[in-house]
Design a protein around this ligand. Structure first.
Ligand code: ADP
Ligand code: MG
Length: 265
């Protein structure tokens, strides 16, 4: 059974994309077959995974607005040894938020595309995709809604900074609306604390506050603030390829391990 995660938080810069690509790479390195779906018009996940996504490349834009099958847009990521795949995003996706408004079943289009893709992939490759990870844009618009309808589990990255929980109640209300009307199976599967700085009291306070708020769904692993994590994308790499021994790489590998073993749920 394929697990489908949406990495969502309408705040920008909290580590959604960094989490998506490095978790995906860590999961692939541990033998899982992983599909990353880039649903952010910025295409940062596509950049980090080393996949071409200039305007005109077939992308999640065509999947959402023109019913193009995912199989036609999915590309293999160079560092994944055949286990890491990406549905890229191009800047065209910026228009989808508006174009989708007038479309039929506008919130369920990604869900349908993934549901159709998974058996096709399995037939072609002789094994299934174990995990799908959807990287969401920093908003609660139709792109994020499509991710929430397609996913079973929401992965919520929270940055260890001031106002860490700001906006979280709005996100949780949106999830409630989605479970009531569009996808009863959706749940917050895990919370991941990012950009943790062990030298500051603030980071420790945020960790406490988030654990008090969310309880056992907070993954034990903290993702440290690490310059290696921010450097890797400019080489078209995840940190696991760029600097496998770095603290960020080790932390994401540990978080991947916790996710697949359902630690804390
Ligand atoms: P989002 O997708 O939520 O907007 P990103 O993953 O793009 O957030 O992260 C925002 C910025 O912070 C990026 O420049 C990224 O490289 C950097 N960053 C993310 N996580 C870390 C970390 N643990 N340590 C250092 N820099 C990080
Ligand atoms: Mg992002």
């Amino acid at each position: 059974m394929t697990r489908v995660f949406a990495v969502a938080n309408q705040k920008g810069g909290v580590g959604k994309t960094t989490t998506t690509v490095n978790l995906a790479a860590a999961l692939a390195a541990s033998g899982q077959h992983v599909l990353v779906v880039d649903l952010d018009p910025q295409g940062n996940a596509s950049t980090a995974l080393g996949v071409d996504h200039h305007s005109g490349v077939l992308s999640t834009y065509e999947v959402l607005t023109q019913d193009t099958p995912l199989a036609q847009i999915v590309q293999e990521c160079p560092e994944g040894e055949g286990r890491l795949w990406l549905a890229p995003a191009t800047i065209d996706l910026a228009g989808a938020e508006i174009e989708l408004v007038s479309m039929v079943a506008r919130e369920g289009r990604l869900d349908r595309a993934i549901t159709r893709f998974l058996p096709t992939y399995e037939q072609g490759h002789g094994h299934e995709i174990d995990i799908v990870i959807i990287d969401c844009p920093p908003s609660l618009g139709l792109l994020t809604l499509n991710a929430m309808v397609a996913a079973r589990e929401l992965l919520l990255p929270i940055q260890c900074e001031y106002y860490a929980l700001e906006g979280v109640s709005q996100l949780l209300r949106t999830i409630d609306l989605v479970t009531a009307h569009l996808n009863p199976e959706l749940k917050v599967g895990a919370v991941l604390l990012t950009m943790y700085d062990g030298r500051t009291r603030l980071s420790a306070q945020v960790v406490q506050e988030v654990r008090a708020h969310f309880g056992s769904i907070v993954l034990p692993t903290l993702i440290p603030r690490s310059v290696r994590l921010s450097e890797a994308p400019s080489y078209g790499q995840t940190v696991l390829a760029y600097d496998p021994g770095s603290s960020g790489a080790l932390a994401y590998a540990e978080a991947a391990h916790e996710l697949i073993n359902n630690v804390g749920q």
